[in-house]
Design a protein around this ligand. Structure first.
Ligand code: PMV
Length: 347
């Protein structure tokens, strides 16, 4: 059948509380389970114009923020080989991808998570038309997103999402992420203010970073630590226990960077002001008792998580900080991708 169409999705980034860092042998199999909060504001917006016909040669091009993006094309080419078995129609389909992010490229926000999950959602929508299905399969969406970027597997839904097989969570899998359903209303909506400490892109890719865990002397200990933290976090989410949430969140962030520091070559992503901010936030928390927890991804910028009722006080703490920064991005708990449009026709 000769069909063509245009589909557009926005998909959010996410912030991991339990960090994915390191892989097992295989295709994008995580060394340990991870758990994240889906964001709401920081999003990729992706549109795919597609044409399919039995005798068509497969082609694709990618445009990022208005310019042809050969780097993304190269990544996407590898990804399409991996997902070809799920979507055999890719072998006779032409795709034109246009994508953009609504957050700065170097803000330390996982654009691979939002970008790859937006692509996965678009391809799933095309698949629905070609196979005449009513709705997409979330496991397939997550699985295909995962094959592009591990953390992207967690961005296809929200608000709390777990990826990686663990006896601690029924239905969990290495291949796709699942929603954490038993969450107390206290954790229904948190704020995440991202403190931009450094505007420069990070100096090492996360792919290289994961590789540093292969022969890491702490590898086994890290897996044990994740099990403990995952147990605590699942319980805290269920019971609405902020104290434990705060403890686990910061322990995971600091442990991620400790693992990096102890890696071959000593991967150091923090800037001086990252440390200054951590000291300042902890002092303020000690002084005021305001509930807030910091975390970091593979970068120098700080995500500050806090419940809605602490908003005003946290705002004052941020505004009064003597530590310099390059601005704040204000985000909050989100619920996953949103379809913008999805049209198709026979031609
Ligand atoms: O999905 P990747 O390969 O970009 O790795 C993400 C790694 C961290 O952001 C540091 C942690 C995580 O779980 O998101």
């Amino acid at each position: 059948m000769n069909l063509k169409g245009k589909v557009s999705y926005s998909s959010p980034s996410n912030i991991a509380i339990i960090k994915y860092w390191g892989k097992e042998p295989g295709d994008q199999i995580p060394m340990n389970p991870s758990l994240s909060m889906t964001l709401n504001e920081c999003r990729s917006f992706t549109t795919i114009a597609w044409t399919t016909a039995d005798n068509l040669a497969p082609t694709f091009e990618v445009w990022f923020e208005g310019a042809r993006a050969s780097e993304i094309e190269a990544k996407m080419e590898k990804w399409m080989v991996k997902i070809a078995a799920f979507y055999p129609w890719l072998a006779h389909t032409a795709l034109r991808v246009e994508t953009r992010n609504n957050f700065p490229h170097s803000a330390g926000i996982a654009s691979s998570a939002s970008g790859m999950s937006a692509l996965a959602m678009c391809l799933s929508a095309i698949d629905n038309h070609l196979r005449q299905k009513d709705s997409g399969d979330i496991f397939l969406q997550s699985n295909t997103a995962r094959l592009g970027s591990g953390s992207a597997s967690r961005s296809v839904t929200g608000p709390w999402v777990l990826w990686g097989e663990t006896p601690l969570y029924r239905g969990s899998s290495h291949e796709y992420a699942v929603k954490v359903t038993d969450v107390h209303p206290h954790f229904a909506r948190l704020h995440d203010t991202i403190i931009i400490v450094d505007k420069e892109p990070k100096s090492i890719s996360s792919r290289a970073g994961h590789g540093l865990m292969d022969d890491h002397p702490w590898r086994e200990g890290r897996v044990g630590q994740v099990n403990e933290n995952m147990t605590l976090l699942l319980q805290a989410l269920k019971e609405g226990d902020w104290q434990t949430f705060e403890k686990v969140t910061e322990n995971e962030a600091l442990s991620l960077h400790a693992l990096m520091l102890a890696s071959e070559g000593g991967m150091l992503l923090w800037k001086g002001n990252t440390v200054e901010w951590i000291h300042y936030l902890r002092q303020q928390r000690e002084k005021t008792g305001v509930p807030m927890a910091f975390t970091l991804d593979a970068g120098a910028n700080i995500h500050l998580l806090y419940p809605s009722q602490a908003s005003e006080q946290v705002e004052a703490i941020l505004q009064q900080s003597p530590v310099s920064h390059h601005g704040f991005i204000r985000d909050a708990t989100g619920y996953g991708p949103e379809k913008i449009f999805d049209t198709y026709e026979q031609y």
